[in-house]
Design a protein around this ligand. Structure first.
Ligand SMILES: [Zn+2]
Length: 591
């Protein structure tokens, strides 16, 4: 089915690799790869542990408890790897990423945790080392964590005045690169001299530009200034090659994190880049594309539907359309998630709807018929819906709508409530009753806890990221990172962060002690399940992937420690040693 294989990658060898056949007579179809001496956690209930996995082509041909038996599958060309007791799981599947944005936080400015001159200069030095001469440096989102450092313990410890950077901090470093950087809330911007010159603003400042005592621009520009438009129109757009390089950086990060598949919120231009990377043999993670909910009819008219490759229109297990992504409400980070009662820190604000659920320019008046019709159009074209719902009212309205479809006889397999972030007590049993999946983003706990109770109070926070309650009510959980996050929060993608957050419910600094609402902690096993087999089932491909079993596709991740045995505080130290996608080793840790 796959029409191009992952190209040859030069991989350093760390784990012992030998090429040796069985002791007596090679089998007719020798395996391509045999993994031996592992602690293999299969996610198959009737055979949870094994020591060896045999791979032929892109398929797992045997999962065995006896290394000698596994060796018998080998031939002269078989690669045999001694895992030296390492922990093996089905490849991690990330149920929620924004791939397009992820690469630009790697290959363009990422200042989210920066709020001083030193940090700014360091980030500019890093970028100048990556980019070609003349390429613009943009974005950055500085100050997202200025008031909070990196955890809840610093909440309330707000600085008196905002950091306001000056162009002289970056001018020398970025002489060959015009820069237009922004604060996380887009209130202030910083242009370097090269950018001011490109827009003719260095010696002719306009309204909204900060000037020093001598009347010279400092480079700082306030929201609404005409200078911003001038600089933006002088800016050279990112070249196709640069966008591909951002994609390559994001794919590398995924390989190194053991991620074998992403469920991406896809845009049309990114979709064609995925196809190009696939043609080049560079696409090292499976991609399940989630186009916008409004595109169901349009895609259907082109004969495209779930499971089909976006360009060649045939079934392709590597790059294909998945569900349609809809939105009920806003997000917590902007006080936009929809609640039955107002925000504690913004009396009168209940959050807002989104264009899929409202025609009101202020997004205050809901119209669930609009979403119902969009979902129906998607179903007619063969797409299931995956819909974002964050506030308790957003989540309840989504469950109501799914319940209505169920009562009309629709099969709800693969239907998801994305985020399911804050849930009223009476709504917990409904996921199981209706038969829908809760796609949750555990790392949000580690980050959002810094302001959650301040915004919605203690009582409502009990139903926030309440994974234990969801599981105890029989809900199927699907894990996603939401990588790389919003303009106000950076969400990490490496599985160690998500598993840590779900199991420990603390920040990266291990606070608060004992965990935030610790009664909602889940086990490592439950977290792994939500990250592997459940995400395959959520993509309606549970019989093809997601566990280690003969006949399934060979997507395998090797970790340096057994997550089920270590002290949970040690989860954050976990490293991925090897990533196998479709039978190919796409990453191997080494020097
Ligand atoms: Zn998202």
């Amino acid at each position: 089915m796959r029409w191009l294989s992952v190209g040859p990658l030069l991989l350093p060898a760390l784990l012992l690799t030998t090429s040796c056949g069985p002791s007596a007579g090679a089998p007719e179809n020798p395996a391509d790869l045999i993994l031996l001496n592992g602690r293999v956690y299969t996610m198959e209930e009737d055979h949870p542990w094994a020591t060896a996995v045999v791979v032929t082509g892109n398929t797992i041909t045997a999962v065995l408890d006896d290394d000698g038996e596994a060796r018998a599958y080998g031939g002269p060309g078989t690669e045999v790897i001694d895992l030296q007791g390492k922990f093996v799981v089905p490849g991690f599947i990330d149920g929620h990423v924004h791939f397009n944005n992820a690469g630009s936080l790697i290959n363009d400015a990422n200042l989210m945790a920066v709020a001083d001159d030193q940090g700014l200069a360091n980030e500019m030095r890093r970028l100048v080392g990556i980019l070609d001469e003349g390429e613009w440096i943009t974005g950055g989102l500085w100050g997202a964590y200025e008031e909070w450092s990196l955890g809840a313990e610093a909440a309330g410890n707000k600085k008196a005045a905002r950091w306001e950077p000056h162009r002289r901090v970056i001018d020398e470093i970025t002489a060959g690169h015009p820069c237009l950087l922004s604060s996380f809330d887009s209130e202030i911007f910083l242009a370097n001299t090269a950018a001011l010159r490109a827009a003719g603003l260095e010696d002719a400042p306009v309204e909204g530009m900060q000037l020093d005592a001598e009347g010279v621009p400092t480079g700082l520009i306030y929201r609404g200034s005409p200078a911003l438009e001038r600089i933006r129109s002088a800016r050279t757009p990112k070249s196709h090659e640069r966008l591909l390089n951002e994609n390559r950086a994001a794919l590398k990060a995924l390989r190194e994190a053991g991620i074998v598949e992403i469920h991406d919120i896809a845009t049309p231009d990114q979709t064609s880049r995925f196809a190009e990377l696939q043609r080049n043999g560079e696409l090292t993670a499976r991609v399940w594309l989630r186009p916008d909910l409004s595109r169901g009819a349009e895609l259907g008219a082109q004969g495209l539907t779930m499971g089909l490759h976006p360009e060649i229109g045939v079934a392709d297990p590597f790059l294909r359309y998945g569900a349609l992504k809809g939105y009920i409400d806003g997000i917590m980070g902007t006080h936009g998630a929809l609640f039955f009662e107002p925000y504690d820190d913004q009396p009168g604000n209940y959050g807002h709807y989104r264009p899929h659920t409202s025609d009101d320019p202020q997004l205050q008046v809901g119209d669930m018929e609009k979403m119902y019709n969009l979902i129906r159009a998607g179903l007619d074209a063969g797409f299931v819906p995956n819909v974002h719902a964050i506030g308790d009212k957003g989540t309840a309205l989504m469950l109501d709508l799914y319940e209505r479809l169920k009562n009309e006889g629709v099969d709800l397999s693969g239907f998801r409530v994305i985020h399911a972030q804050v849930i009223r007590p009476q709504d917990f049993p409904r996921f199981k009753q209706i038969g829908v999946i809760a796609e949750v983003n555990p790392y949000h706990i580690s980050d959002d806890m810094r302001w959650m109770e301040e915004r919605i109070g203690h009582e409502r926070s009990k139903g926030a990221y309440a994974f234990r309650s969801l599981l105890d009510n029989g809900t199927m959980l699907s894990f996603g990172s939401d990588w790389p996050g919003t303009s106000a929060a950076e969400y990490h993608m490496h599985p160690k962060y998500l598993i840590h957050a779900a199991v420990n419910r603390t920040t990266l600094n291990h606070t608060p002690e004992g965990g935030w609402f610790p009664e909602e902690k889940i086990s490592v096993h439950e977290a792994l399940k939500a990250y592997t087999i459940n995400n395959a089932i959520a993509a309606l491909e549970g019989d093809l992937r997601g566990s280690l079993k003969a006949g399934k596709l060979a997507d395998i991740t090797v970790c340096d420690r057994n997550l089920l045995e270590i002290d949970p505080v040690d989860i954050l130290n976990m490293n991925v040693e090897m990533t196998i996608v479709d039978g190919e080793i796409v990453f191997r840790r080494g020097v």
